[in-house]
Design a protein around this ligand. Structure first.
Ligand code: 6PG
Length: 474
């Protein structure tokens, strides 16, 4: 045995992590299955493509790969989520020994990870379900790592993975053992859900500015650059600026791309988890729905003819002042609900999740790294609810007005703003002391005898009324 760490799956993420680790002087073995005529010598080709990176041993036979690893073995799987993970684990079980660690670094469903940990525990194998964020560049230069599951397994891999993680502002690795069972993949799922929200808000701003306000791409770029200097910077904003700078044959490349956005699971899983655990989640649900709507291209094109929308009059000057505040407010709400899902599930599962550490882990390497995230990792040290935090009170007060104004103007101009409008509705809903839910509850009682509680009856007794039988005031 010669290598200290093994990686299975030489796709974009697996190969980038392998290069990153080898560059940190960790001797590693890499394995990729060989499919005759489809994928051959993938691991070997990676090593050949990077002759300057030393210390990577390539394998296309699993038994030889496992044998090349020092015990207790540390094996990171970077393969697509789903049944393939179980198949890979089953194949590995033939060769690994008690005390070895298997890590799943894909975007697996957190409940699957919890089951896998239990299953592997029966074989004396430590299983770590680890969320990894950062795409190709992050994986190569320093990703954000969110391991969960076996604590013992984590302790064994920590010295290796902390070498490759991105660093936060104070130089600490963006690595945090989040909690037991499927906690690592749960946190990555919420991370991705916030990622959906961040991307959709950018898309909504882009649509509003371009279609609603008739702002040119140049002007938009200047505006986004200015905002970035004023605290609204983020990796995704930087990526948007890069996209807006790409032209092909004198045309914006973006304008030639089909307006259909895909998704691979995590965003929708977060919505189901929020429903299961009773967490209000409309803005991030809207981000998933927006992607779903985008896939109905034929219907959209046809309905656009049936219901043409004329842009309404907008007082540009007034509106421009409110744009940045609205953007930041929608982002705050997206983060608020993502973290409230984390809080709720963490409490329900007794995972003892640390919101501040989770935010800190996302300040570098992660796709959703931003100045806002830096700020939140501080705010979560003293508060677990952004709306309740004194540090953000003024921002909420000011920017909620801006968001309401922009959403109003956007909808009037015929531009869809699903996440931004859900965000202001969430804020209004969560700051309405006396809502109209009494009518909803009365209706439930009226047709289903579900009962209701009275404001001035502190006993909490459930009352019922025969609403349809008499109209008498009671
Ligand atoms: C990251 C990303 C990444 C993910 C896609 C999935 O943090 O690096 O979240 O892990 O694969 O972006 O999202 P889709 O559902 O959009 O495919």
């Amino acid at each position: 045995a010669v290598s200290s760490f093994g990686i299975i799956g030489m796709g974009v993420m697996g190969s980038s992590l392998a290069l990153n680790m080898a560059e940190k002087n960790v001797k590693i073995s890499v394995y990729n299955r060989t499919l005759k005529g489809v994928e051959e010598d993938v691991a070997k080709k990676l090593v050949e493509a990077y002759p300057e990176v030393k210390g990577i041993l390539p394998f296309d036979k699993l038994d030889e790969f496992v044998e090349s690893l020092e015990q207790p073995r540390k094996i990171l799987m970077m393969i697509p989520a789903g049944q393939i993970v179980d198949q890979q684990i089953a194949r590995l079980l033939t060769f690994v020994d008690k005390g070895d660690v298997i890590i799943d670094g894909g975007n697996s469903f957190f409940e699957d990870s919890a089951k896998r940990q239990q299953y592997l525990q029966g074989y004396g194998i430590h299983f770590v379900g680890m969320g990894i964020s950062g795409g190709r560049a992050g994986a190569r230069k320093g990703p954000s790592l969110m391991p969960g599951g076996s604590q013992e397994g984590f302790d064994l891999i920590k010295p290796f993975i902390e070498k490759i993680a991105g660093k936060d502002q104070s130089g600490r690795p963006c690595l945090h053992y989040v909690g037991p069972e499927g906690a690592g993949h749960f946190i990555k799922m919420v991370h991705n859900s916030i990622e959906y929200g961040e991307m959709q808000v950018l898309a909504e701003m882009y649509a509003f500015m371009r279609k609603g306000l008739g702002i040119s791409i140049d002007e938009m770029v200047k505006t986004f650059q200015k905002w970035s200097k004023e605290g609204a910077d983020s990796y995704l904003m930087e990526a948007t600026l890069a996209i807006l700078a790409h032209e092909k044959d004198g045309e914006l490349l973006l304008d030639t791309i089909q307006d259909v956005a895909g998704q691979t699971g995590t965003g929708g899983w977060a919505v189901s988890a929020a429903a299961k655990y009773g967490v209000p989640y409309a803005p991030l649900t809207a981000a998933v729905t927006a992607r779903l709507i985008s896939t109905h291209k034929d219907v959209r094109v046809s309905m656009a003819q049936t219901y043409p929308r004329q842009a309404g009059e907008i007082d540009q000057k007034e509106i421009l002042n409110a744009l940045k505040g609205a953007y930041q407010m929608a982002r705050l709400i997206n983060h608020e609900i993502g973290f409230s899902l984390i809080k709720k599930v963490g409490n329900a599962e007794n995972w003892e999740l640390n919101l501040s550490e989770i935010a800190r882990c996302w300040t570098n390497g992660s796709i959703i790294q931003s100045s806002l995230m830096e700020k939140l990792s501080g705010v979560f040290k003293s508060s677990d609810c952004l709306m309740a935090s004194a540090a953000l009170k003024e921002t909420f007060e000011k920017d909620s007005k801006a968001l309401a104004e922009i959403v109003g103007a956007g909808l009037k101009a015929g531009v869809a703003m699903p996440v931004m409008s859900a965000a202001i509705n969430y804020f209004y809903g969560m700051s309405t002391g006396q809502s109209a839910a009494n009518l909803v509850q009365a209706l439930r009682d009226c047709f289903g005898e579900h009962g209701y509680r009275l404001i001035d009856d502190p006993s909490g007794k459930v009352h019922r009324n025969k609403w349809m039988e008499s109209k008498a005031k009671v």
